[in-house]
Design a protein around this ligand. Sequence first.
Ligand code: COA
Length: 198
Amino acid sequence: MRRQAATRRTALTVCTIADIAAGLLGLWILCLLTRTVTCRFAGRMSRLRIEKVDGDATVHDWQHVHNLVIPTHYRSLDEVRERSGHNVLEVAYLDDTLIGCTTVRPPTGETPVATVIARVLPDHRGQGFGAELYERGLAQARELGAEAIETVVLASNRDGLRFAQRRGFAVIDEYVLPGETIPWVELRLAADALSAAD
Ligand SMILES: CC(C)(COP(=O)(O)OP(=O)(O)OC[C@H]1O[C@@H](n2cnc3c(N)ncnc32)[C@H](O)[C@@H]1OP(=O)(O)O)[C@@H](O)C(=O)NCCC(=O)NCCS
């Protein structure tokens, strides 16, 4: 009898240890999964506040970034206001600091091509903001029904050209606008890169 009781106690102890071990293992797996999901979510969370150009402050900020990044192509405040009526113009802030702007020219009745341009102020480059703004512009262009995406970069802007080419754009044209000296390079997103962004 005493031996049976001892055997039962031992079996119970083994079961309890096994249960605790299984519980701990489950808890550990849950922690790992939670951490993975949290990290992925955090990785996709934006540090930027992005606003549509709408009103004097955003018109002014968009103009500032545009004219600083492309000094050869000055845009007046009135031109920015006029363009915000038919293009999607946005400005991006890191906390309250202006860091960049975007242009999305939607497809028209004449062409299913949209133009997406991301611009980041020099002090804020190399931190992933350009990629974030570009991807946002790409998504907007697709929502507007674009079947193809183009971008334009000044030929002197080696970083911009590399940025676009690394994302699947290929050069389709190069031209000098009247009164300017630096050529503009027009690039188009390859069809497979566009469908990969689905
Ligand atoms: C092109 C432009 C928008 C890039 O802006 P950016 O904020 O520097 O862009 P990102 O930081 O996302 O990427 C730039 C490079 O830095 C790298 N990078 C991104 N995050 C990084 C980080 N945390 N540490 C180090 N490097 C990083 C990227 O890999 C990228 O390299 P790649 O161009 O070889 O792919 C900017 O140079 C610009 O405004 N140029 C003028 C306008 C223009 O030409 N626009 C292009 C048409 S879309």
